[in-house]
Design a protein around this ligand. Structure first.
Ligand SMILES: Cc1cc2nc3c(=O)[nH]c(=O)nc-3n(C[C@H](O)[C@H](O)[C@H](O)COP(=O)(O)OP(=O)(O)OC[C@H]3O[C@@H](n4cnc5c(N)ncnc54)[C@H](O)[C@@H]3O)c2cc1C
Length: 523
């Protein structure tokens, strides 16, 4: 679903945080799961007295959200297996867009209330794309109205450790630290999970929410968790991120500002309480942090790279201390229909199956959508024979939407870095940046508000994941996205348009496969 094309606009909004291995200070209590070397015969009928034992590998956003959804279900016993030995409080903010917030609101009003208490709205502020060189607004987008129209909460940000703490609070007694999942084996009565300390944990269901380098996925697909053959691909981009207390001249009126220009871009996001986060996205070979020398530090390095750009960029860079900056290479992976999401009573969730670029701020939100759908499907399971059907239904409901958002996220990075330029302008009798990319960037300017609107319809209307394929909004995205794609692709050359813009994932193999798989589910 090339839908994605449109999204690049939204990309701007993405606040995101560079560190998501957030962990909290306390060690969660663990009610030890059944840890047996042999399978104990149990009835296949699940009930309060004989609960369905659901094991979740990974206490990230997705695993914890699913744990909270399932803990409320009578007849389900949930255990989260987390490889890190304790939760430490670190990690920056994460954007929760209206679609994910609405899910938390419907799932648990207490969790939602606690999230709101720590939340900073960005959806009610000015957000948009700025001409990074001339320092003038290029396109603004209205994040507030689409949320208000649907009665949904505003998009905003929360510190990852705060979010994790809130979710963990609900899961006291259900999370086990220092419990790395190595692999699993299916058997007639469920699944045996092999832990990295050699012990075995028995469950009826196993959910692999163990992130982009998932061992559950590796075990399911008989492939390595990392490197060649793992399906995880380097995006071509590295991101520098800074987080700091900052006296922003915009006085808190701007939520996200994305500064565009040739070959790179910069984002500044309000993360609340006088703190700001910025990102510098650069196209680089993997491992550039080690291979590229920065003798005078990251601030000087980035200041040189962004020379001639908006004073906003330089002002926040100058205010940032070296220890407030992190660099990381960005990896993603398209959701797959060729390779399984499900293997008997085992399913994948979140980054383990559809890790995406951070540009739309949707990776965690999509993991929350997975959790909601999986929670709904597993809540209906009363007998072991129903498990496979529930997991299949989960995959059918999530496949195309997650593929579309993953593709949109990748496309957003590609088009903004490689397709966009400083827009062409006629000033004082002179043409400025009168080249193909500059003219295209200017031509796209009036179309962007339409893109934004269609994209928000897609993201917000579909949060319930009722259907595998949201034809109405999906086709809108496809139509407008095609225009954008064709026009912008000229900026990066005519050959291999899709490949050059990183679109293989959505309009190449897996994306189309996902659509066809969903269509075949319909008929
Ligand atoms: C720079 C950047 C910014 C981002 N910003 C945003 C944003 O603003 N909004 C947003 O929605 N998304 C954002 N994302 C994406 C988001 O962080 C991820 O999509 C999200 O964290 C995925 O959640 P998850 O639960 O699937 O995996 P993770 O959050 O990665 O959690 C996986 C968990 O599993 C544990 N684990 C790993 N292996 C094992 C094992 N073998 N056994 C047991 N446990 C294991 C890990 O320790 C971890 O706790 C961003 C990503 C990046 C790179």
């Amino acid at each position: 679903m090339m839908v994605g094309a449109i999204s690049f606009l939204y990309l701007l909004l993405s606040p995101v945080s560079p560190v998501f291995a957030f962990r909290l200070t306390r060690t969660a209590n663990f009610a030890r799961p059944t840890a047996l070397a042999s399978t104990v015969a149990r009835s296949d009928e699940f009930s309060v007295d004989n609960p369905m034992k659901v094991l979740i590998a990974g206490a990230g956003v997705g695993g914890l959200s699913l744990g909270c959804a399932l803990k409320k279900q009578p007849g389900v016993e949930v255990t989260v297996l987390e490889k890190t030995s304790e939760f430490k409080r670190f990690g920056g903010p994460i954007q929760l867009a209206s679609n994910a917030l609405q899910i938390l609101k419907e799932m648990d009003s207490d969790i939602y209330g606690q999230v709101q208490a720590k939340f900073t709205n960005t959806g009610d502020k000015t957000n948009g794309i700025k001409d990074g060189v001339r320092d003038e607004w290029y396109a603004k987008f209205d994040l507030g109205t689409p949320a208000i129209d649907r009665g949904m909460p505003y998009t905003g940000v929360i510190d990852r450790p705060d979010l994790q703490e809130i979710l963990l609070e609900k899961l006291q007694g259900n999370v086990r630290n220092g419990a790395g999942v190595e692999s699993y084996e299916r058997h007639d009565g469920g699944v045996k999970v092999k832990m990295d300390d050699g012990t075995i944990v028995d469950g009826d269901v196993l959910i692999g929410a163990d992130g982009i380098w998932s061992n559950v996925r590796a075990s399911m697909r008989d492939e390595p968790a990392r490197g060649d053959g793992s399906g995880v691909a380097y995006s071509g981009y590295t991101v520098f991120a800074g987080e700091l207390a900052y006296d922003n001249p915009t006085n808190g009126e701007v939520g996200y500002a994305v500064y565009i220009g040739p070959g790179q871009y910069f984002v500044i996001t309000d993360i609340g309480k006088g703190n700001y986060q910025w990102y510098a996205f650069l196209a680089r070979e993997p491992g550039s942090a080690a291979s590229e020398e920065k003798p005078d530090g990251n601030v000087k390095y980035l200041s040189d790279i962004f020379e001639g750009w908006s004073p906003d960029v330089h002002s926040i860079l100058k205010a940032t201390q070296e220890h407030e900056i992190e660099q990381r290479d960005l990896y993603d992976r398209p959701p797959s229909v060729v390779k399984p999401w499900i293997d008997g009573p085992v399913a994948l969730l979140g980054d383990s199956v559809h890790a995406m670029m951070p540009n739309l701020g949707q990776g965690g939100c999509q993991a929350i959508e997975d959790a909601m759908v999986l929670g709904e499907e597993l809540a209906n399971v009363k007998h072991r024979d129903n498990i496979q059907g529930a997991l299949d239904a989960y995959r059918s409901r999530r496949l195309v939407r997650s593929a579309a958002v993953q593709g949109l996220s990748r496309f957003a990075s590609d088009i903004i870095i490689r397709g966009f330029d400083t827009p062409f302008k006629y000033v004082d009798g002179q043409f400025q940046n009168f080249n193909y990319a500059g003219v295209v960037t200017r031509m796209l300017q009036p179309i962007l508000p339409i893109f934004f609107s269609v994209q928000f319809n897609f993201l917000y209307d579909g949060y319930k994941n009722k259907y595998g394929l949201d034809l109405k909004n999906g086709l809108g995205l496809l139509a407008i996205g095609s225009v954008l794609l064709i026009v912008a692709a000229g900026s990066v050359g005519e050959v291999g348009i899709l490949g050059s813009m990183g679109l293989e994932g959505i309009v190449g193999t897996e994306g189309f496969d996902a659509i066809f798989a969903s269509l075949s589910d319909l008929f």
